[in-house]
Design a protein around this ligand. Structure first.
Ligand SMILES: Nc1ncnc2c1ncn2[C@@H]1O[C@H](COP(=O)(O)OP(=O)(O)O)[C@@H](O)[C@H]1O
Ligand SMILES: [Mg+2]
Length: 242
């Protein structure tokens, strides 16, 4: 098991009032899975991603990541889990603008205390794996959006994390670059990388092997969506027959 959420609630305080944002969310992700979490804007996707990514804690419920009960972890333990067990990919890449692709990819290894020579070797391998072997010394400003996201993916996998966690990874990309990023995700998943990807785009979510839907802070699995969409599908068929 990579992680398990058990009846998770998250409230935000608005003045003295607690505003519920996540309501009774339970899900489990196993090694090798590729899961998309879909939902409209404001449904709680980023809030859920922050909890899964150990960037924020739930208000109520249990969250077990790998072997750790996250509610019981202090800040130092949480940052260690983030650094060593989770690779993050964000919509806007979050690369250091003045550092080369190679230096950006080396960064998590630097934090993890990996020596210089080994850092270089692993970062080069990761960049080759995402198809950027010929762009290692380029700075982010010299790269296209799709290339920047591939640098970010190389940085996310360089530590061989338990989980690759992506929030709207194609949100800032044109269709073609977005497709390339999705091909790369599928390739990584075939090689055994566990992926959880958050998106509001159905075409992107389809690339995953399992889709979960979040609406108003509540999670539904694929069956819910299929039944909700069935009438529309029948309609289209009827129209086509006429
Ligand atoms: N730090 C915060 N304080 C108060 N409310 C928040 C905070 N972050 C998000 N929210 C609210 O929680 C809801 C879900 O937000 P979010 O998780 O960002 O949704 P999504 O990523 O699906 O668009 C929204 O109504 C948003 O206004
Ligand atoms: Mg969001």
């Amino acid at each position: 098991m990579v992680f398990e959420l058990k009846s998770i609630y998250k409230d935000y305080m608005q003045g003295k009032d607690a505003v519920p944002v996540l309501k009774d969310i339970s899900m489990q992700v196993e090694e090798g899975e590729y899961v998309a979490i879909m939902g409209p804007s404001g449904s709680g996707k980023s809030t859920l991603m922050n909890i899964i990514g150990c960037l924020d804690k739930q208000t109520k419920g249990d969250f077990i990541f790998d072997t750790s009960d996250i509610m019981l972890c202090n800040d130092r333990q949480l940052s260690e889990i983030r650094n060593q067990k989770i690779g993050f990919v964000f919509q806007n890449f979050n690369l250091l603008p003045r550092q080369s692709a190679l230096e950006n990819v080396e960064l998590p290894l630097l934090y993890a205390g990996v020596g210089k020579r080994k850092r270089r070797q692993l970062a080069e391998e990761a960049l080759r794996r995402v198809g950027l072997g010929d762009r290692m010394l380029f700075k982010p400003t010299q790269l296209s959006g799709g290339q920047k996201q591939r640098v970010a993916i190389a940085r996310a996998i360089v530590n061989q994390p338990k989980l690759l966690l992506a929030d709207e990874p194609t949100g800032a990309l044109d269709t073609k670059s977005g497709e390339q990023v999705m091909e790369l995700f599928s390739e990584l998943n075939r090689d055994g990388v566990t992926i959880v990807m958050i998106t509001h785009e159905p075409d992107i979510a389809k690339c995953a092997k399992r889709i979960m839907y979040i609406r108003d802070g509540q999670l539904h699995d694929g069956a819910f969506r299929a039944s909700a969409e069935a009438p529309a599908a029948e309609q289209t068929e009827t129209e086509a027959a006429e």
